[in-house]
Design a protein around this ligand. Sequence first.
Ligand code: PRE
Length: 275
Amino acid sequence: MSKIAYLGPNGTFSEEAALKFFAEDADTEWVMLDSIPDVLEAVSLNVVDKCMVPIENSIAGNIHMTIDGLLLYNLRIEADVVFKVSLHLIGNQGSAMSDIQAVRSIMPAINQCRQFIKEHGLKLEYADSTAHAALSVKESGDAATAAIGSASVAEKYGLQILQSNVQDHSANHTRFVVVSKKPSEEVGHKKTMMLITPSEEYPGVLSSILNVFSALGINLSWIESRPTGRKLGEYRFLIETEAGGNEQRMDKAIKIIETFGHDVHVLGSYATTVL
Ligand SMILES: O=C(O)C(=O)C[C@]1(C(=O)O)C=C[C@@H](O)C=C1
């Protein structure tokens, strides 16, 4: 039996992604938690074995809550999952688009719908998930507030879709990661995520790291800089390569970067699943 956590309540995109991705694992206990940081903390405290969390969206970009939680708790990535996201404006039964003055959702979902929200002059209200936003709109009975969420959450809570596909671009995908505390086994993995902390700040430090990957013909699929928190302007880099952790060229790249004095910490090697 494995315990898997995701962002609740029922009806989140995280739930849809987790149920689909782990559909073949018969013996699973699901644990729903109130926020993305809580989900990651549950893995770090061994309350659950794994979790499914969003890390990147094609419109809104990287989800820093997830990245910072991964680093804070020193967690590992064992899979990444790409999931199509269609966002709808969801209101109480009887309310009309013309009644809506405020919109409520989790920040990444709001960031995916900025143009629509601006066009309609809607006031923003933040929630911990799309489903939490939908549930609170339902519980308030308020006709002037709508949530942004999935079609299935509207159905689940007896709400109505006031406007479909309110995201800024019709093709919208969120990438989730399956996170655990231990590194996963290396079988047929095509990508590697690592955290590189430069030994010191000097002109060209990032390009010295990137040059190693380009010299070895390793393509990068993702890069994100996060502050070390120690002083203003001091950053560390999360880099995802299109090469498995057991490939010789990856091993070589890591060794060279380490000889520069930089710290390299591998968060995981994995293969992408498109749901
Ligand atoms: O609130 C949800 O439904 C979630 O699963 C979170 C989340 C996110 O934070 O990116 C996941 C996918 C979508 O991009 C919108 C929301």
